[in-house]
Design a protein around this ligand. Structure first.
Ligand code: SF4
Length: 187
């Protein structure tokens, strides 16, 4: 299986794409076209690089001193099958899984009724940051997010309770320069 990526390798040592030191997988392709998106080059579903999953498994095998994997993009939910395999592989190596998406969690649950691979991927995710980047709600004060409408969601608890369970511990954390992330910015 292949996955289309904006960056053809796993970017190590990020400290702005979730808690801890993280390895980021930048997927290519996004249907949301949010005004103010910092990575419009990731929107196309034909640009970027088609990468063999096996090659990324080998990169995951070589990772050291990383707390987890973050899927970003683009929108990783547009390639749920490949992302599921990568997330599962990472979890077996003790890495936790964060994912950014422009869809809302409730939309993903609805979509999974006709595309079950989305639910498969959700089951491998610990933390989901959901919702489009909204320029009018852009903020440098909300950690790990670019705009205030975006939510940080505990996916295992949400799936278990069939409710959307937010992770409130991030609400009162002031961003410092290291924690500053403008949604999906990787350059
Ligand atoms: S901000 Fe994120 S969800 Fe919105 S268009 Fe850009 S990559 Fe897609």
């Amino acid at each position: 299986m292949t996955i289309r990526l904006a960056v053809p390798y796993i970017q190590k040592d990020s400290i702005v794409d979730g808690e801890g030191i993280r390895s980021v997988i930048w997927t290519q392709g996004c249907p949301h076209h949010c005004p103010g998106c910092h990575n419009p080059e990731t929107h196309s579903f034909t640009d970027g690089y088609e990468v063999e999953i096996e090659n990324l498994f080998e990169e995951l095998d070589k990772l050291e001193s990383q707390n987890g994997i973050t899927f970003s993009g683009g929108d990783p939910m547009m390639q749920p099958e490949a992302c599921t395999l990568l997330a599962r592989y990472g979890r077996k190596r003790g890495l936790d899984i964060w994912c950014y998406t422009g869809f809302k969690y409730e939309e993903l649950i609805e979509m999974s009724k006709y595309k079950p691979a989305i639910l498969d991927f959700l089951k491998e995710i610990d933390v989901l940051i959901d919702g489009k980047f909204m320029l009018e709600q852009k903020s440098f004060d909300v950690i790990f997010r670019g705009s205030k409408n975006q939510r940080i969601i505990d996916i295992p608890k949400s799936l278990e309770t069939k409710k959307t369970i937010l992770i409130s511990k991030y609400d009162n954390i002031e961003k410092n320069n290291k924690g500053r992330k403008n949604h999906y910015m990787y350059v």
